[in-house]
Design a protein around this ligand. Structure first.
Ligand code: GLN
Length: 491
């Protein structure tokens, strides 16, 4: 059944609708692919084969009755950050060990409403804090890609490393993911997949285990631009259960793919040309610019002068919000509890045992920057910087319709390479955190291969709520890039 797993989401939906195969056959093919690959890739933290077959059968019945939804029968993976009713949801943390939510996240509920089938829960950095999937309590995920001539295991990126690895290795047609500072786009870039973080408020955060609530957004990781558009359309929509969810219509994002982009103005931000950036990244960026010129776009240099403050501001705001969000894990209501001699002792033992080192680091930084003595110097200052960054984008978007940048400053790096150096790890997010701070949509698409034969991504940043334009541009770039490479199977 290998052919069934090699398909794009679009091709699978077409095949299901012409009855070339059933949802059950499709689910079974993915279930066996996962069983064979997961001991090597560690992309899934929980496989739910029985649930997948049951959901697939129900889907086939709906189709037989003529009640097919837009994702009817599609086999999907779910990042373990999304609460799934009755199915363990841990956000990659030991502290949520055994937690089976009594409710479903809105994003996943939307997918099931539209007919999708769940294959299981995908590995991720603990509470989505990380860029390499190495902070997960379930151990790191391996990238299906390896450098030419090397057997070294590489990171699939993070925090949505399980989602990216699973999609790249054809273990699911597409996956949900989340992005607080780059966690959809950087893993997509590292694995040759497409990922989009939509405008803040497009997807409901209800039932997404919170990291930094003012930055967190759900989005898809998929095999093609069109697949990402199809999945995002289902994931999006207003939800009264999230007060930051936008009460607006969801466009049919797939209808934007294939549109002409002639006459669009594309901005190239000066500040994203970093000193010491690998030349192959600059070269790829220049190539992307050429593709857009050839498609009739006007290319303009723009300036985003506060870019250099984005990482420091992000690494104050995100931990501040995280320290507050993670206060709820006290061993009292759900998840892990380590009993101590008193209530406080139980809190302390539970949190000491339940959280990993990176999460503890963020809780400490967050509590520090929110403390009475340092609130103005750090947190308030970072909020002001955040405003300036958003204003930089507003100004740029007076002159251009979208921005083109690299997604990450390097290709996938080796597992173990940067774990002991948090600052080096944080630098990975240099091109992605700005859109989270400004609430804007950002899309990463595979654009080429590095000298070592590893995927490299380019990022498109759009105006708020203008994901449609990003999908149109990405569609044209995907055609130009002709990125057809697949990882060589070793798993
Ligand atoms: N790598 C960033 C961090 O560690 C972003 C993570 C994310 O987007 N969830 O915070």
């Amino acid at each position: 059944m290998a052919a069934l797993t090699n398909m794009t989401l679009k091709a699978a939906l077409d095949g299901l609708s012409t009855k070339a195969f059933s949802a059950e056959e499709l689910a079974r093919a993915h279930v066996s692919a996962i069983a064979a690959a997961n001991p090597h890739l560690n992309a899934f933290v929980l496989e739910t084969p029985d649930k997948a077959i049951e959901m697939a059968r129900a889907s086939d019945e709906r189709r037989a009755k003529g009640e097919a939804g837009p994702l009817e029968g599609a086999s999907i993976g779910v990042k373990d950050l999304f609460c799934t009713e009755g199915v363990q949801s841990t956000a990659g943390s030991k502290i949520l060990n055994g937690f089976k939510p009594p409710y479903e996240s809105t994003v996943t509920a939307n997918l099931w409403r539209d007919g999708a089938v769940m294959l299981g829960k995908l590995n991720m950095d603990e509470f989505a804090m990380g860029s390499s999937n190495e902070t997960s309590a379930f151990g790191p995920v391996s990238n299906p890609w390896k450098a030419a001539g090397s057997n070294q295991a590489l990171t699939p990126g993070g925090s949505s490393g399980g989602s990216a690895s699973a999609v790249a290795a054809d273990l699911c047609l597409a996956a949900t993911a989340s992005d607080t500072g780059g966690s959809i786009r950087q893993p997509a870039a590292f694995t040759g997949t497409v990922g989009i973080k939509p405008t803040y408020g497009r997807c409901s955060r209800y039932g997404m285990i919170a990291f930094a609530s003012s930055l967190d957004q759900a989005g898809p990781i998929a095999k093609t631009v069109e697949d990402a558009a199809i999945l995002l359309t289902s994931m999006s929509g207003h939800d009264a259960k999230d007060s930051t969810s936008l009460d607006i219509e969801t466009p049919d994002f797939a209808s934007f793919v294939g549109k002409s982009i002639k006459g669009l103005r594309i901005g190239i931000p000066d500040e994203y040309r970093l000193d010491g950036m690998p030349s192959e990244i600059s070269k790829l960026w220049d190539e992307g610019i050429e593709w857009l010129k050839a498609a009739g776009c006007e290319i303009k240099r723009v300036s985003l002068p506060h870019t250099k403050y984005a990482l420091p501001a992000y690494y104050i705001i995100a931990p501040a919000e995280a320290s507050s969000n993670l206060a709820r894990y006290d061993g009292m209501r759900y998840g892990l509890r380590v009993d101590g001699g008193s209530l406080i002792d139980t809190y302390e033992k539970t949190r000491a045992e339940g959280f990993g080192a990176e999460v503890k680091r963020r809780v400490l930084i967050g509590a520090y920057v929110l403390s009475a003595g340092y609130y103005d110097a750090y947190y308030l200052k970072a909020q002001r910087v955040r405003r300036r960054i958003a204003e930089d984008f507003d100004k740029a978007f007076e002159e251009v319709d979208a921005l083109l940048t690299p997604t990450a400053p390097s290709a996938a790096f080796a597992l173990g390479d940067r774990v002991s150096d948090p600052i080096a790890m944080y630098l990975n997010d240099v091109f992605t955190v700005t859109t989270n701070l400004a609430g804007l949509p950002g899309l990463s698409l595979p654009a080429g291969l590095s000298g070592e034969g590893l995927p490299l991504g380019l990022q498109l940043i759009g105006r708020a709520l203008d994901e449609g334009t990003l999908f149109s541009i990405a569609g044209v770039m995907e055609d130009a890039a002709q990125f057809r490479a697949k990882p060589t199977r070793w798993w």
